[in-house]
Design a protein around this ligand. Structure first.
Ligand SMILES: Cc1cc2nc3c(=O)[nH]c(=O)nc-3n(C[C@H](O)[C@H](O)[C@H](O)COP(=O)(O)O)c2cc1C
Ligand SMILES: O=C(O)C(=O)c1ccccc1
Length: 376
């Protein structure tokens, strides 16, 4: 396939190839798209400090995520309905995850079943090597979600990622105007028709009021319910305040993802990079107060488009970052090869930025690498 210089070049081509329905669904943020824009522009307010003469002949990006060795701190965020991007859908993304030894979170609302995603990578040595986590939207009928979790555990998923920022769906104006709906040739492959799982369009029209099948009644107590039905590790996706970060510590979840859902949920909430320091500080203070207790790992997503963005996120305390739209753009331009190229470009840029900042390993990336203007 064609070789691209950067993620923005891939995005341009991908967006021109999609029909308006899919292009708008993928690119939109909520309402005025204020948060969507901040997720990008706030990286520009953090500057990098190049340290020199430090021997950077062997820069490595390898790290661990929830104890699993990975080649890079850059991982794949869950995104619904990847069949809109490419006929391979989630199978393409899964293949790219395998080929690049990256971690991938599969969305509840995938067009490929969670079992088929795992079988796309049959040559993994053992289930514990599986690079897959499952994102969960809890159904009003809890039995349906329990069934999904049992299937995921059996198939070899290592963690469940509970998305906590979407009790109702954000108002994406273009989708409302287009009356966005999933094309009839696609299915929500983790469910069968009798389970009454809504399509995105149904959720759009009902999500803010009543009748949606996603369970808006979820509270912190439901973490105990999740623990009672699965032994997978638990990750909360969508934490944006220090209060909720502390609650996540108290509820002993394994990890949190600082995320505002790519600016698609509550518009005018802050960018993730601007709120990350507040979250990592809260988790650190909990850890100091409870030195014998394990604390959640902190990851983030939102607006990562450059290797330098990754350095900034790691400098502010994230252990890993997830990419949403860039993965979708890669899938559009080249199926699994396109996603691989996206990961390749970001990892090349990350290694380049690390060498120029003067560090050889991700552990060396810290506050000393950046100059932070006040972001709020
Ligand atoms: C088209 C699209 C679909 C998404 N679907 C889901 C989903 O099913 N579950 C979920 O937790 N997050 C979903 N997200 C949010 C992403 O996981 C992630 O938080 C966000 O895309 C990160 O921002 P970025 O796109 O700027 O990288 C979706 C995002 C997009 C753009
Ligand atoms: O579009 C999204 O961001 C998303 O998370 C979602 C929610 C419901 C159905 C499909 C996707």
């Amino acid at each position: 396939m064609r070789v691209y210089a950067c993620i923005d070049d891939i995005e341009k081509v991908a967006r021109s190839r999609l029909d308006a329905n899919a292009e708008n669904y993928y690119s939109s943020g909520a309402v005025d798209e204020t948060t969507l824009a901040l997720n990008r522009s706030d990286y520009g307010r953090i500057l990098l400090r190049p340290r020199v003469l430090r021997n950077v002949t062997s820069v490595t990006t390898s790290t661990t995520i929830l104890g699993r060795q990975v080649a890079s701190p850059i991982a794949i965020a869950p995104a619904a309905m990847q069949g809109l991007a490419h006929s391979d859908g989630e199978l393409g993304t899964a293949k790219a995850a395998k080929n690049t030894a990256s971690l991938m979170i599969l969305s509840t609302y995938s067009n490929t079943s969670l079992e088929d995603v795992i079988s796309a990578t049959p040559d993994l040595p053992q289930a514990s090597e599986s690079p897959f986590w499952l994102q969960l939207y809890v159904h009003q009928d809890r039995c349906i979600s329990e069934g999904l979790l049992k299937r995921a555990e059996k198939a070899g998923y290592q963690a469940l990622v509970l998305t906590v920022d979407a009790p109702v769906l954000g108002r994406r104006l273009k989708d409302l105007r287009n009356k966005f709906s999933m094309p009839p040739h696609l299915k929500l492959a983790n469910f069968d028709a009798s389970q009454g799982v809504m399509t995105a369009s149904e959720r759009n029209s009902t999500g803010a009021t009543s009748g949606a099948k996603a369970d808006a009644s979820l509270t912190w107590k439901d973490i105990d319910w999740l623990r009672s039905v699965t032994s997978m590790k638990i990750v909360l996706k969508g934490i944006m305040t220090h209060e909720d970060a502390l609650l996540a510590c108290q509820w002993k979840v394994d990890a949190i993802i600082v995320s505002n859902h790519g600016g698609r949920q509550l518009d005018t909430c802050p960018s993730t990079i601007s709120i990350l320091p507040e979250i990592t500080a809260a988790v650190k203070s909990y850890s100091h107060a409870h030195p014998t207790l394990p604390v959640p790992e902190v990851y983030m997503d939102g607006g990562i488009r450059r290797g330098t963005d990754v350095v900034k996120a790691l400098a502010l305390g994230a252990r890993a970052v997830f990419i949403g739209r860039p993965m979708l753009w890669g899938l559009v331009v080249g199926g699994h090869e396109g996603v691989e190229q996206v990961l390749q470009i970001l990892n090349d840029e990350l290694r380049n930025a690390m060498a120029l900042v003067g560090v050889q390993s991700v552990d060396e990336i810290g506050e000393g690498c950046i100059i932070r203007k006040s972001l709020l």
